[in-house]
Design a protein around this ligand. Structure first.
Ligand code: ZN
Length: 218
């Protein structure tokens, strides 16, 4: 079982489901040749795909193009269903930074055939998590910058306010589709600048005032 690690807190919360949002930054939707969506694109990743800062991302043998997606991750703190925006905001317990590693060659093939993205998104080590900071300890302004540096080179860098759907709106929408529970995580989509990683790459992800993580590709 995988757990959520919270800064300055020792109780372990098991990870529930991981809900991911695609195309939540206009410039990223464009770079992959996608339309800007009217509603967030939603998919799931299994908790078994999770590793933590300091661990190794393993390149699957069935892909030649693993790409990085750095994302703000929301921690859900209570059970909600069909919540309004206010209740949705209250259900967010904390924030972290995460990597949604993606097999772009596989995903392109799956998209072409109208198949689900499971094989491209759910492999072991595909979800990297930082420690989380509780909302009680930090109030998100969306002026924070999210960034990913690989081998000292800036690859992704954007203000969180460039998100098409801000956190509470995402939670509200997802809660209209499925029950959200304590320990669920929401990956909120990646800004522009996604690209390929190679074995030996050192990744460093960060969101101002919230969290950072580092890992190596093996
Ligand atoms: Zn993503």
């Amino acid at each position: 079982m995988k757990y959520i690690k919270i800064k300055n807190l020792f109780n372990k919360i098991p990870i529930g489901k991981i809900v991911c949002v695609g195309r939540n930054y206009a410039e990223h939707a464009k770079e992959l040749g996608n339309e800007i969506p009217e509603r967030p694109v939603v998919f799931l990743k299994p908790p078994s795909s999770v590793i933590y800062s300091g661990e190794k991302i393993i390149y699957p043998t069935f892909s030649n193009e693993m790409q990085h997606e750095v994302e703000l991750v929301l921690l859900i703190g209570k059970k909600i269903k069909d919540a309004d925006e206010k209740v949705s905001e209250k259900a967010i317990a904390g924030y972290g930074v995460g990597l949604d590693m993606t097999l772009r060659d596989i995903q392109s093939e799956l998209k072409k055939n109208g198949h689900p993205w499971t094989i491209a998104k759910c492999f072991d080590t595909s979800s990297v998590l930082s420690d989380f900071i509780l909302k009680n300890d930090y109030a998100l302004t969306l002026n924070e910058e999210i960034s990913l540096v690989i081998n000292n080179e800036n690859r992704q860098c954007e203000k969180l306010k460039m998100m098409l759907f801000p956190p509470a709106e995402l939670v509200q929408y997802i809660s209209s589709l499925m029950t959200l529970e304590e320990g669920d995580l929401i990956f909120t989509g990646t800004p522009k600048g996604v690209g390929k990683v190679e074995k030996g790459d050192k990744l460093f992800a960060r969101i101002d005032n919230i969290a950072e993580l580092s890992c190596i590709v093996g």
